[in-house]
Design a protein. Structure first.
Lengths: 376, 347, 376, 347
């Protein structure tokens, strides 16, 4: 049991630290400014180019085959440097690694990992949110291609994406979980329309709606076999719930450090109620850092895909929303001084209990799959 | 004791409700409908609701804090994008110093964090100020020190900015903005007056928060009845039911303590009115944030989009929560009123 | 809309205030000491004897036919005097007034109202808690009597009671809600065994288990007609949820005032976290006072028996538990200085979200009966 | 970094688990079984767990904070009515000043509110003290000022009282109790030592709280599976499921941060270890109260009776929560460690 560095880890950490000292692009706080999303693509490529991205992924796809705990070291150093968190594409990588055949992995993973290609994820639909398996987007064979028609929502970075990992129904005649297949669809075609979604904090470039009107995709771009899309979806969704995969320890570490800095600058401005909110945000962020170290260490025994992701998701949501409340408290709900970044951080934090599966769904999963409580 | 609304108060509530139902936006898109907004402004002016706190012949206001709260609750519930808090508070300030009503639309200025009235020294606003609820207003009132009390003055307002609340814009006034004295003041604003005036402001924002909560419960229950997942309305799931039940309960508890705050404005001494209002404000502020967060949660993905009314309700609650102090400042006042610490001086 | 006194109310208040100044028995904090329950019986009779009990109940049963808001005045003055809250028997009175025939009312209500007779309530059973209608206690006719056999729990003051209002199944062949009847059973018979229940804060004289082993009751002691016991139960339970009926505004007012006093005595001992907990308890108690005034005013239009009681119950529970947390905070969880009253107040507060129907049941009722959400 | 338990640590955990499963009470009635309790005490002594923090040849403890935490968690989970926290903390204090281990059972004394070590001046305990986890102990260690640091002394203990925690009794020592100096101290306790020692105490109580939470989740899930109402196990109702899911999640988050606190005791500088432990203690204390309250709630009426284990778990959590400071004191330390206020001096 050791939270400390091995000699190799220490050497890596110092190397990384020095590099970050010269290469922090200083992007605005994530999820509060549309500028962030543009800059984040460059940051992805910069991190990758320097050898600091995909640390625990296979070398064959551009990773470094390092133990997963190196991801925790990366997050810690990013926090210390005040740099932007690493881009959250791990859940797509894990999905393709587990379910894609060799051809798919060879063609697509290097571009995804390096940041050369931008990806988005076409899972949710207007009438298929929590109940994802009821999705209605259809994919119909036409020679060596599939023709896709449907309406996706909550598609992250859909405006800038080169590829979309789409779940579509290929067989309407079998039970709903079994008739779904997954495709890597090129976004650059006229049959795909992208519309931005404006979030409650005003940002418009994180999420989009994507309408597929007889969009075409090569059958070779299917991930897994026909009808195996649900299994891919479960892999992707379970990793999407993991702060260790998302790099969110750095997200929260950066935010709380900035809040501490705000109080340092004007100590007389903040009373006990505000300091208390901040103290809880600090404690919650610290908990998540420790928790992710524990989860990433568990991966040293091999990657698992169990229901623990729902636990991590609820813990992460607690942190995000504690940080959001601290941001509201320190920044002031009604601040008219300067920018409203902290208000935006708070408003954005409300989405964390919905995206990637609502907190209610996570609790259902924990009750049935971990606590083994009876179903009604 | 009989805390039921009087027949006249019920009539006032019903009249406000009719205006709200007819002219308030039902969707986020409707906020851009200038014709509708203009009609709403006109209806509020025509109904005389902006004059509830102007002076009657004996110097007392035409209407009590309860009537003001009755109207404020309905406007909050309907997300009314019209000025009410600001003109009402300004009118009460003019009444308290014996000045005649304003000729042009007017509001009040608060400190940058909205927690305090602005005290201007040396003819200018020192640290800057924010005119709240400033739609249509050309000036905002501030306090000027005068012996043990205050007189009032006005600052001219520049262009309106939206701020956190999409329904009630604010105007930032830079440090150093010049203050002109209001003519015809017949008496200074004393400590008791100021407490009472703050109590009125807190009571009005409490009523607004109650309205917002009731509006949030209504739209969210409607959504939970209609939105289906897993072959059932989401409102049939116990987890969703319990979230909504808690929201309803929070709104009802808030309504009770807010009602008392409204009554206390005119029925109790200034300090006691302020204590009643402070307790209500702490309770309603906490409740409203929780209820609006529930509204967003139950709306799911949709609830996190700009097009859903849930965030407009939350944003309105955030502004009302901060006006004259939020949870921390008001809990401190409650403790101070019980003789165990806290600090309630004007800063 | 007036929270203030009419001239008559003012006169009553001043008269009451003077009387309380001379007659406060200074009992220990309720629900923390078994001494309280003994003293409370005498306090009931003292209040009644002075004309300050049953203010809003009919004169015919010993009440005063005053508007219900006088109960709020009574509670306020009890708080101001630091006197014990009024005894909580209103829900039994309301049940008998609504469902008992003239004979039952004449024979039993005066003794109940005056405090001459002690009463307890035999509703819950070990396997019938939230699901009260599944109760198994049986009552079988035998000439002019019924013979009752069964096991009741959570029977308040069963050790000292003269009478028990018992729900028993008289017809096992109809749907469960329709086969229940209510009886006023004399406790002084050998066929009734009473066992104290020790609560988590150590008190043993508030609740008991009662075992009826062929206990006998005159058929004339049935309340309502055979099979109408469920309707009585619903009336009693709904009033049991009302802080206005229970006099609990005074309960919380007294507790928070004592906590304020503790802080006044040793101001340096308490930090911001403890003061914050106390401030919330003060605010919550104030809310309930206002809320009860609203409910009692609504009764000026006539007594109602709707689902609003569930709202009141949840609000009351919130207050009880906020006060409990303040007591824990101010008193210290681990206090070894002097007595542990505040710890007991905290521990007792946990029962409020269970007794009289769990908070979960109240939320179900609000969802279905007030919000009219669909059933699953 | 590899925060999995080592094979040796897993063996230690399993050994502790076996003792707990064999000898800890499963019902409230079993607490009165003196024979069982005696066997538990003997098993703990025989296993050497009370000597984990005595000095090895190089002066460092035989075992790290992690091993202490591993044992503490299991004892907490099993509601072990045996001394561990007290003797362990006392042994660590003796080790830090270079004194030999105690000959008779010993614990530590804390301030009356349990938040601070006791500093005795002038040969006596000034304001009184409380010896915690005092089962079987005949004396309790206190600190004596000595230049910039401290030496240690002992007070004799009178009869044991139960206190809030039914499993770990306390002894109140009156103001003025005489302090005898411990012989053979080779070095004073410095500021870094004291921080580290407090960090150990906080880490042990965090581990205990994690154990209590895990125990609470287990017994409550068992109950929810077996208790039936409305023709169904109550654990099938979504409201109950969500309460239990949240309890499980709180326990897991606590386990992660508590693990870090245990590691930090020996791996970081004293102040950093104390900061890590303070964050963990605030988190675990809040979580444990909530989890134990959930345990009572899901047990319904039964949960509010003395015969149900739920309140024994809550009571143990309340004591562990207060030892060396609860939520408020530790949040203040976290803020202080970030350079924004708070106060962490010995009082």
């Amino acid at each position: 049991m050791d939270f400390g560095d091995s000699p190799e880890e220490r050497a890596f950490r110092l190397h990384l630290r020095e590099w970050l000292g010269h290469n922090n692009p200083g992007l605005p706080t994530s999820s509060t400014s549309d500028e962030y999303w543009a800059g984040q693509a460059a940051w992805h490529q910069t991190l990758f180019g320097a050898g600091f991205f995909g640390l625990s992924w296979p070398k064959a796809v551009g990773g470094h085959d390092l133990p997963s705990v190196y991801e925790a070291i990366l997050d810690e150093e990013i926090i210390a440097a005040g740099a932007p968190p690493r881009p959250s594409v791990g859940y797509l990588v894990q999905g393709l690694l587990r379910h894609g055949n060799e051809d798919v992995q060879r063609r697509f993973l290097p571009g995804l990992v390096s940041g050369r290609d931008r990806w988005c994820q076409g899972f949710s639909e207007p009438d298929a949110g929590s109940d994802l398996a009821s999705l209605r987007t259809r994919a119909v064979t036409d020679g060596s291609e599939y023709v896709i028609t449907g309406h996706k929502v909550w598609t992250s970075y859909s405006d800038a994406a080169d590829w979309c990992l789409v779940l579509a129904r290929t067989d309407p005649d079998v039970p709903k979980h079994r008739g779904i297949s997954a495709f890597i669809v090129p976004m650059g075609q006229h049959a795909i329309e992208q519309r931005p979604i404006r979030m409650i904090n005003g940002i418009t470039r994180e999420f989009g709606e994507v309408i597929f009107d007889e969009a075409r995709v090569d059958a070779a771009n299917m991930v897994g076999e026909p009808g195996e899309g649900w299994r891919l979806a479960m892999t992707v969704v379970s990793h999407e719930r993991e702060p260790g995969e998302l790099g969110y320890v750095a997200r929260y570490g950066k935010l709380v450090n900035e809040l501490v800095h705000a109080v340092e600058e004007q100590p007389d401005k903040y009373g006990p109620e505000q300091r208390r909110d901040l103290a809880w945000a600090l404690v919650e962020a610290d908990m998540l850092r420790c928790h992710v170290s524990r989860r990433l260490s568990d991966r040293l025994d091999g990657l698992s895909h169990g229901p623990e992701g729902s636990v991590d998701k609820l813990l992460m949501t607690g942190v995000e929303q504690a940080v959001g409340h601290a941001a509201l408290s320190i920044g002031g709900a009604a601040s008219t001084e300067g920018d409203d970044t902290w208000l935006k951080v708070y408003l954005y934090s409300r989405a964390q209990s919905v995206m990637g599966g609502t907190s209610q769904i996570q609790r259902n999963l924990i009750a049935s799959r971990i606590l083994e409580l009876p179903t009604s | 004791m009989d805390v039921r609304l009087s027949p006249e108060q019920v009539m006032l509530r019903d009249a406000a409700r009719q205006v709200v139902d007819r002219l308030c936006p039902r969707t986020v898109g409707e906020f851009d409908d200038a014709e509708r907004a203009g009609k709403l402004d006109a209806a509020v002016v025509a109904s005389g609701w902006l004059e509830l706190r102007t002076a009657s012949d004996d110097g007392r206001p035409w209407a009590t804090g309860v009537e003001v709260a009755v109207v404020a609750e309905e406007l909050g519930r309907g997300l009314a994008d019209t000025a009410f808090l600001g003109p009402t508070m300004a009118a009460d300030l003019r009444r308290l110093v014996g000045a005649s009503p304003a000729n042009t639309p007017e509001t009040i200025a608060l400190s940058a964090d909205l927690s305090q009235p602005v005290v201007a020294r040396g003819g200018a606003v020192g640290r800057g100020a924010v005119a709240v609820d400033a739609r249509g207003a050309t000036s905002a009132l501030v306090l000027l020190p005068d012996g043990d009390g205050y007189t009032i003055g006005a600052i001219a307002l520049g262009s309106v900015t939206t701020g956190v609340d999409l329904t009630r814009p604010v105007v930032s006034c830079p440090p150093g903005a010049a203050v002109s004295r209001i003519e015809g003041q017949r008496r200074p604003l004393g400590v008791d007056d100021l407490s009472r005036w703050r109590a009125l402001g807190l009571a009005v924002t409490c009523a607004d928060l109650v309205g917002v909560m009731r509006g949030a419960v209504t739209v969210t229950c409607d959504y939970a009845r209609s939105r289906r997942q897993y072959g059932a309305a989401i409102g049939s799931f116990q987890a969703v039911q319990h979230l909504l039940a808690d929201a309803y309960v929070a709104a009802e508890g808030s309504a009770s303590i807010a009602l008392h705050a409204g009554w206390a404005v005119d029925a109790l001494d200034g300090p006691d009115a302020l204590e009643a209002a402070s307790a209500a404000k702490a309770y309603c502020t906490r409740a409203a944030r929780s209820v609006c967060e529930t509204a967003i949660q139950v709306h799911g993905g949709i609830g996190n989009t700009w097009e859903c009314l849930a965030h407009v309700l939350l944003r309105r609650a955030l502004l009302s929560g901060e006006v004259l102090g939020g949870v921390g400042a008001n809990l401190a006042r409650v403790l101070a009123a019980h003789g165990i610490g806290g600090d309630d001086g004007l800063r």
